[in-house]
Design a binder for this molecule. Sequence first.
Ligand code: SAH
Length: 213
Amino acid sequence: METEADYTIARRRMIAEQLLSRGINDRNILNAFLSVPRHQFVDVAVRSRAYDDCSFPIGYKQTISQPYIIAFMLHALGVTHKDRVLEVGTGSGYQTAILSHLAREIFSIERISSLSKKAEEVLKRIPTGKIRLKTGDGSTGWNCYSPFDRIVVSASMNNRPTKLIEQLSDKGTLIAPITSDAERLVLFRRVGERIVERQLSMCSFVPMRKGVG
Ligand code: SAH
């Protein structure tokens, strides 16, 4: 049985071995990872391994993302404390909590209502910034709160996320895993009416589904 002190040590080790060693050196991102108790977001059965370099099942065939991939995405996205951020795919709520330490306000959509409720319970118990959750199909965004400065998509899409791009503010950025011939993280940036697209690394995410589960 691990104590909170054990988890703090494991969290520090995760930051050194999985993030810093792979080039994530943004102080705000590292501090956010230091602040969020990942062990609260995983199943009790794997709690002692919560800070390992991997994803874990969270039920409903979904997973909590590997810490490094979250750090990589948020680094590429360039989140600042002034930003209003849309997250598509709340899942466990872990990335939502990390985001809330980096940005002004987080809007997060999850299509599976049980996962959204569970994430809400965990997020209520720990210190976070301003978070608004809802159950729904995030592929169409959250229009009434748009535009967003940053959008992060945590389930892979088959096509360009047109509806989400429409909800980006000027100079806003969006990152999403997109599967065309292969699955790859793609960064979109709005510059006035222009959208600049940049292909990043290969990746592996659960697929995005339509409708509510
Ligand atoms: N960053 C999350 C990742 C969860 S996995 C974490 O670390 O816990 C991706 C999530 O996207 C799953 O929970 C899945 O149910 C959700 N998802 C898939 N399609 C969706 C859609 N159209 N709208 C909202 N959420 C969706």
